[in-house]
Ligand binder design. Sequence first.
Ligand code: SF4
Length: 475
Amino acid sequence: MGDYLRTLFLHPPSFQGFDGGAGARYQARREIRSFWYPTWLAQPAALVPGSRLVDAPPAGLTLPDVVPLAGDYELAVLHTSAASFAYDVRVAEALKRQNPRIRVGFVGAHVAVQRERALAASPAIEFVAGNEFDFTIQEVAQGRPLASVAGLSYRVNGHFERTMERRPLENMDALPFVVDVYRRDLVVEQYFIGYLLHPYVSLYTGRGCRSRCTFCLWPQTVGGHRYRTRSVDHVVSEIAQAKRHFPQVREYFFDDDTFTDDLPRAEAIAGGLGRLGVTWSCNAKANVPASTLRVLRDNGLRLLLVGYESGSQAILNNIKKGVRLDLAREFTRNAKALGIKIHGTFIMGLPGETRETIEQTIHFAREIDPDSLQVSLAAPYPGTALYREALERGWLEPGELVDAGGVQASVLGYPHLSRTEIFASVESFYRRFYFRPRKIFAFLKEMARDGALCRRRLAEGAEFVRFLARRHSSA
Ligand code: SF4
C-alpha cells in the first residue's frame, strides 16, 4: 500500500496466558488471566498505513497460527521482553523460514538497552530499534535504507552497525490515535484486568515519569524522566473517538507511568472526560492531594492504581520511591473517603528486605486496605539501576525472571534472606490480605450488585486458588 512495506506488528505467542505484551510493565503470567493492550506496538502501527497488529496471547494464537502470516508481509516488527525473548527469537526464525524474504526487527525496552546483544541472538533479526521507536519503525516501513534511519542497530555483511540516536519525541500530539488500530485489529472483549471493568480500553496520554524508582523499567529506558504529554484536547478527542468505536466499553484506563505527575493537566483532562460522561481510571503515586482527587472523582475517576511497593520506609528510600509512608496513608484515607477505589501494588524482595520488613509490608497493606492488590517479586530488568546494583552486590542468582510456565520467579536473594523465603512471602501476603472476613464480605457485596461481575469474580476466584496451589507445589 502506497510507499510503505506491507508490515506486520506482532506480539508473538509464548507461554500460555502470558501477559508480556507491548503494554505489560511486569511480564509474567498473572494470578488471574489478564491482558494489557499492546499499546507500544499499536502506536507505530498507527503510523504505517495498511499494517496489521496481531496480539497473539489474548487472541489465543499459537506459533502454527501466526507463521503462515509471514507469507503476506514484507516486514515483521516483533515486540519482546526480558521474560519472553528466547521464545520470541524462535518465532522470528519460524517467520523467516516461512518467508525468507521477510525482514524482521525487534522492539521493546528489553532489546533497546542491549541492541547488539539482541542482534547476536539470531541471524533472523535484521534490526533492533532503540528507546522510542514509533517514527524509527515508520521510516523502516517506508523502505528507507537502514543506515539513514536514526535509532537503530542493524546487521550488514556479517557485522552490526548503529545509526545516530533518535531524539526523544517532544510533540506528543504527532502520535496518531491508537484506538483506531485497536478497532481495526483487536477485539476489546479479549482484554481483561481483574480490577478494571470489562470491557476496558487503555492508552497513554504521555510518556515518562519524574520519579526514579530503581526497579522501574520504562522511565529508565523507553520513557525517560520527563513527563512528555499530549495536549488535553488530543487526549479528550481520542476518548471521544473511542466512545464511537466501542460503545460497549465500560472503563478507560490511562496507563501513563504516573498520570498524576502533572496535576493541573490531570484536572483539565478530567474536565473533558466528565463532559464525555465516561468512567475512567489511571496510575498514580500515593501523594495526590485531596483537592485534585475530588476533581478527578467528580469527573468520572473510578479507580487509582497505586504503586506502594513496600510498607518499610527504609526500603522506599533504598529504591528512591520518593514517597513517605505517612503521606501514603493520608492519600489512601482521602481517596477512600471520596469513594475512589484503589488497586495497590507491592513488591517483595527489594533491596533491604528482611523478614521484619515483609511483616511490616503485610501489616501496612492490611492497615491501608486497598480494594485489591497485586504482589510481585522484585524483577531486576536489564537497563535498570536495580539490575546494575544486583549484579554489583552479587544478589542476582542464576535463573529466569519467569518459570517454565511463564509465572514470576524469584531471582534476587540476600545473605540474610533467601529467594525461597522471598518467593513464599508472596503467597503469604495474598492469603493474609484476602482471606479476611472484611475482604470476603466486600467481594460478596460487589458481586451481589452486578451479575456479570459475579460470574467473572467466581471464575477469577477459582483461578486464584489454583494459582496459590501451583505456587505451593513449586515452592
Ligand atoms: S513512580 Fe511508578 S512509574 Fe514512576 S518510576 Fe516509580 S514505579 Fe516507575
